[in-house]
Write a protein that binds this ligand. Structure first.
Ligand code: ARG
Length: 467
């Protein structure tokens, strides 16, 4: 019998096991192929645990020194690609622990005192995710800033605002872009909230019930930068709601990205022609020589599907799990990893692509002139002349009908004809019927008037600069 229990998989658990795992079961249950990505969090967590064990005199100072030396060497081996990951050692935790013991002997075997892989893996995933959250937060800010800076140039650029995909009222392109900034700002708030609940320490929960060793959990939390410790050991090893929350945040954020991507695809089409994208974000067709396709935007839209899928996967994974740790939880990693990667790449590429977008202001304005976008303004004008709004609405509907029959805009109807609909109409009406008159009139807080929009630009700039 080997003196190193981790050296031989048949012996990995205890002398209790009398036959080795089949090759299929080994492959099926192993996670090292993907969870090795957690290696740095695993080492950091182990070092904090060991330091506390030594401080509490549960292990010797010499053990701690040996563990530190071994872990430093392991980190070098992993970074340089020399570390030999072994499938038969199942996961990142057992691989690192086995290597530590091979390097430093008994001190390596003392590391796991007062700890279980159950609280270890929960700690690793939280630590890792916190780091990723801290990388994603600036990407979300950069996405917002790209839109804010583009908006700053377009407070006077008129485009049709749509409801039901029908021309509704004129809005500025800046105002439209800033709507997405609001969405991404809320996403950033959600992310900060997820971070708060992710940043709590499970270690000390051990397998499920806590441990009889006099661990100092607060000390480990402090070392690892956690804001606090999980207060119930059963919950600490069992729940993954922080991962679900992250996936929910990411799904909502990707849905926002997807809506913007969809608009970019539409705007780039010949029928809209509102924008153009740089060649480097487009691809051609192997058969149609004239084609430039907005593939990046289409993919960003498409990738929202996989992120939402991961949320469904993670929620379903949790459902029906009795307390406490179950191996099901090993399935949390791949969806979480892919969610992080997909979201980070998507935010990066979308920020880059949108800030370089070529805006075709003339085409936007022409489109805004098409659908009687200022009809509401005529109704509002009549209300100011004393008509009840419902009557004004009806009057304007008649005017639009006539304009449609003649194939002209409302502003192209002669004053005498307009006065047929209501005698109160004077020649001051034409200022109201222009796109810019309409836009400029919407001065209410949050409205599309250029002064409002520029105030919003300033607010966002200040907010984003403050971090
Ligand atoms: N690889 C496992 C996971 O990802 C580590 C925890 C395993 N614990 C256990 N008792 N089997 O969840």
């Amino acid at each position: 019998m080997s003196s190193d229990p981790l050296a031989n998989k048949a012996q990995a658990w205890s002398a209790l096991f009398s036959e080795p795992m089949s090759e299929l079961v080994q492959r099926y249950t192993a996670s090292v192929g993907f969870d090795k990505r957690l290696w740095r969090a695993d080492i950091d967590g182990s070092l904090a645990h060991a330091e506390m064990l030594a401080a509490q005199q549960i292990i010797g100072a010499d053990d701690l020194a040996a563990i530190r030396r071994g872990m430093a060497q392991i980190a070098l081996e992993i970074e340089s690609g020399r570390f030999e990951w072994k499938l038969e050692l199942e996961d990142v935790h057992l691989n690192i622990e086995a290597r530590l013991t091979a390097l430093v002997g008994d001190a390596g075997k003392r590391l796991h005192t007062g700890r279980s892989r159950n609280d270890q893996v929960a700690t690793d995933v939280r630590l890792w995710l916190r780091g990723e959250i801290d990388r994603i937060a600036p990407l979300l800010s950069a996405m917002q800033l790209a839109l804010v800076e583009l908006a700053a140039q377009h407070s006077e650029t008129v485009m049709p605002g749509f409801t039901h995909m029908q021309v509704a009222q004129p809005v500025s392109f800046a105002h439209h872009l800033l709507a997405y900034v609001e969405m991404f700002a809320r996403d950033a708030e959600r992310l900060a909230d997820v971070r708060r609940r992710t940043n709590r320490l499970p270690l000390g929960a051990a397998a499920l019930a806590g441990t009889s060793y006099p661990l100092d959990r607060e000390r480990v939390a402090k070392t690892l930068g956690f804001d606090g410790v999980c207060q119930n050991s059963l919950d600490a090893v069992s729940d993954r709601d922080f991962a679900l929350e992250f996936a929910a945040f990411a799904s909502i954020c990707m849905v926002h990205v997807s809506r913007l991507a969809e608009e970019i695809v539409l705007w780039m089409s010949q029928n809209f022609g509102f924008i153009d994208l740089a060649d480097r974000y487009c691809t051609g067709s192997s058969i149609m020589p004239q084609k430039r396709n907005p593939d990046v935007a289409e993919l960003a839209r498409g990738k929202s599907g996989r992120v939402v899928g991961h949320l469904m996967g993670l929620i379903t994974l949790m459902k029906g799990q009795p307390l406490t740790y179950n191996k099901d939880n090993q399935e949390d990693k791949e969806p979480l990893f892919d969610t992080v990667d997909t979201l980070a790449d998507t935010l990066r590429i979308m920020a880059e692509m949108t800030s370089g977008m070529k805006v075709k202001a003339d085409a936007m304005e022409r489109a805004a002139l098409k659908g009687y976008a200022t009809a509401t303004d005529l109704a509002d004008y009549l209300v100011k002349k004393g008509l009840p709004f419902r009557d004004a609405h009806e009057t304007v509907a008649h005017a639009v009908k006539v304009a449609l029959q003649r194939g002209v805009d409302l502003a192209e109807l002669p004053l005498a004809d307009l006065q047929q609909f209501n005698a109160a109409i004077g020649d001051d009406v034409f200022a109201v019927l222009t796109l810019r008159g309409s836009m400029g009139a919407r001065k209410v807080l949050g409205g599309t008037a250029p002064a409002q929009v520029l105030a919003q630009v300033a607010r966002h700039r200040a907010r984003l600069a403050a971090g």
